[in-house]
Design a protein. Structure first.
Length: 107
């Protein structure tokens, strides 16, 4: 799990994932959409591939990248097993162990 979370810990990698959320892209398209040096883009894509969050398919001299649903599914499972609430799950207890007062207005 830690390498998947680590892969998500960089703003450039989050930007790449955000772009790929709109559909697969050729590396040349990613380069055009991001203000990052080509070598850094390659590095960040390698980190995401090794974490299992993106897939790469060679097409001639270009490489197409896509999100890897199985990698995100595995991450969600690992987070859930660790007791971390996921988006959409209701949090029913505060850190102090008492029920949360979700409707409470805070100053």
């Amino acid at each position: 799990m830690s390498n998947r979370l680590g892969a998500l810990a960089d703003p450039a990698r989050l930007e790449i994932l955000g772009i790929l959320a709109g559909g697969g892209r050729c590396v040349c398209d990613l380069r055009a959409e991001m203000t990052i040096a080509a070598n850094l883009l390659s590095y960040h894509l390698r980190v995401l591939r090794e974490a299992g969050l993106v897939t790469a398919i060679r097409r001639g001299r270009w490489i197409d990248y896509r999100l890897a649903p199985a990698g995100f599914g595995a991450l969600w499972c690992e987070l859930s097993e660790a007791g971390i609430p996921l988006p959409g799950e209701e949090i029913t207890e505060a850190m102090c162990g008492r029920p949360c007062e979700l409707d409470e207005v805070r100053p």
